[in-house]
Design a protein around this ligand. Sequence first.
Ligand SMILES: Nc1nc2c(ncn2[C@@H]2O[C@H](COP(=O)(O)OP(=O)(O)O)[C@@H](O)[C@H]2O)c(=O)[nH]1
Ligand SMILES: [Mg+2]
Length: 254
Amino acid sequence: MKKIIVLPAYNAVKTLEKTVSSIPKNSFDRIILVDDASKDGTYELALKLGLDATRHQENRGYGANQKTCYTRALQAGADIIVMLHPDYQYEPNIIPFLTGIIEKDICDIVLGNRIRTRAEALKGGMPVYKYLANRFLTMAENLAAGQNLGEWHSGLRAYSKRSLESLNWRDNSDEFVFDSQLLLEAAFRGLRIGDIPVPAKYFNDASSISFPRSVKYGLATLLAIAEYGGNKTGFIRTRRYKERLKGGGEENRE
Ligand SMILES: Nc1nc2c(ncn2[C@@H]2O[C@H](COP(=O)(O)OP(=O)(O)O)[C@@H](O)[C@H]2O)c(=O)[nH]1
Ligand SMILES: [Mg+2]
């Protein structure tokens, strides 16, 4: 099984090297970094570290960054794709466990869960408002989609090639809600989603999203849940939830 780790990067110069050096060496075949027009030399550092790096000419957003990441990973022949934020927030030692659950064919998608317990999450430095918002949105997403995940907003995820090829992520938002749209569609299509606990640290460089952006993200997530509900009950049929076009998994709309 060819395992490719993708790093959607934005202004990650302070944390990139630490992140990459803590990834277990035998847990991947290749690391692909996509730089979303950082202002701090992230791209140059990635090249220096020997990563397979590309960059966007202008800042296109977190979702757009992942679109480039997955397109490149699938083109490179990945069987399992691991997405990891290069902000040194997630403990990369657990990557072999995430991919192991996919290799054992127990799940199609596995998330690292930062909220094993409230005490642990807050002790790790998760801001209280982010903890509360994450719990509320996760509860709503679990209820709507019939899942039981610890959190839906993690920056460490593993996907089987089959799951990425069967989802319409190219139609997702270019913003942060991309992640929730992808998981909701995965639940809609009956893919098996699971999670395992991941130790996470919160420090300035690991958490840059501001309060107003978090609020916007929360509202966009609620809209994504409503979209899921509408499609699930048959009231609406949005583009993302239409039948997958034949060969859609391979096309490159970059
Ligand atoms: N591609 C892209 N990524 C961004 C942008 N703004 C923030 N990010 C990344 O989004 C990720 C998640 O944000 P973060 O602040 O770590 O969230 P938190 O850890 O959950 O509080 C980080 O890896 C950031 O580097 C952007 O404009 N474009
Ligand atoms: Mg983070």
